[in-house]
Design a binder for this molecule. Sequence first.
Ligand code: G6P
Length: 615
Amino acid sequence: MCGIVGGVTNKDITSLLLEGLNRLEYRGYDSSGLIVLSKNNTFNRARSVGKVQNLEDNLKARDHKIEGNIGIAHTRWATHGEPSISNAHPHISKNSVSLVHNGIIENYIDLKNNQLKKGYSFSSDTDTEVIAHAIDFAMKSCSTLIASVQLAIKSFTGSYGLGIISSKYPDQIVATRKGSPLVIGVGKNANYIASDQMALLSVTKEFIFLEEGDIAEIKIDKITIYDSEGNLVNRKIITSQLKEGQVDLGNYDHFMQKEIFEQPQAVRDTLESRITNDSVVISAFGYKAEKIFSEIKQVQIIACGTSYNAGIVAKYWLEDIAKITCNVEVASEYRYRRPILLNGTLFITLSQSGETADTVEALKTAKKINSDISTLCITNSAESSLTRLSDLTFLTHAGPEIGVASTKAFTTQLVALALLACSIGKLKKSINKKQEKGIVDGLKRLPGLINEALLQETQIKKLSTRFKNKNSALFLGRGTMHAIAMEGALKLKEISYIHAEAYPAGELKHGPIALIDENMPVIAIAPNDELLGKLKSNLHEVKSRGSQMIVFEDENSKVESMDAMEVIPITSNLGRITAPIIFTIPLQLLSYHVALIKKTDVDKPRNLAKSVTVE
Ligand code: G6P
């Protein structure tokens, strides 16, 4: 979703704002803008449609430089109002208040009608402009900017992360959050705000993570924070473990490519201290994990997008290894159903960002329905809404993922879920020591196996040319490979804009086989498991309908190659845990190379955002 960055310093802030926007661009990129207060306390704003580069060009083309010590900036992912200059943030009210917003104000139409009656005029179609006017109006009856914001936000329904400056209070930024992330960066002779710590890594490693409803007054040498009740609070300063270089491209052309190739290390980091020689470390899920896991009777997994696909794999594992019932559902559906949540449920949220609005709300809904359930989040983001709301947290150590299409976050989520299935299985005694060791050995082999799978890139790159003029593709798999097929289809859709569907191979005959002809490439995954014989029959059914096929197989699967069928052995001796993780790799590489052929914007595909923090 939208990205926010801002700061109060004793130097010119503009270059930092631009640098921050570049680092945040993955959150939304249909427009961007910044505003600074110049020496005479007037607003100086620049906004552009499209990528941050357009904003940089806009600034360079100006006769008068935009300069000042205090400013805020924004990258937008449109929700209300088309991508246009007038809808781009920052928004201004009456030359007194300017702000950037991440979130959605749901009651903005009522507020707007009221403000029109009070004489305010609107220059955008956004839900954000009402916030600026509401604060300007509150300033008439309040003696500080923070008090004005406190008063104004009482009238909002919805979610917000806000950075606010005022020409009447030129020494401060006021920041507040509800339902959207916001951090304060603590600097030397400077303090900052951002929707994501990554935006500020070049200037500070010290962060304060605002809690739900917190509001802060940020001056160059002082940060004052109040909670949602208006009480003065002390929030801890946390030193970020992120390294600046982790968010740079290095020698790669795209972040997605870099992140695909980082997977051996990401998996290694995620396993570190979570396994011993032959067993899983249950306390990796939190010190209460052993007690909670021993008592649970069923599992409910909630997630969106790629994380949802990881959840489907986990269902197979949890039922097979831990012998525990598991349901998986997308968060946007779950939160609006009236689900039944039995006592003894372990409610798991999966989320790379830990901030996906639907997932966060689904967790809150679940806690309201049954406050006795136990909650676990598996996330890549240590200080996120999900970690704050959950009893247990497992952090995947994938490192920052910038490419909008998720890659290393997915494979490390699978690693976490394998550890979970093994931990619960161990406590429930559904696996013995030998089986546990078998799973642990498999996990240890993963980095090497991923490296082997990555070696197939040249061959996959060649095959990607087949998709140049294709509009559709079908992905087939059985068991956990159906979920991996779903992930492969999602990747292809996201970055190459080819319509792709995944089907359980056995379901082919109930509909999708009607679609198959020479224009519909079929990609199948053939691990050497108990369903291989059945999958081979399915492949014959497809082949006889004239499709061009690509089969990724385990070397021992020995799929017989036929005309117009390319069989690519990925590696060998994969087991029930390693196979879904390893077969993900060729599908990631395939979508990446097809996207290059289609000349799409790999890291920032159209209409998508990395972290969807609005509904
Ligand atoms: C967006 C991203 C996807 C991601 C999904 C869930 O749609 O584009 O890549 O899988 O959100 O995000 P989460 O952070 O909750 O895993």
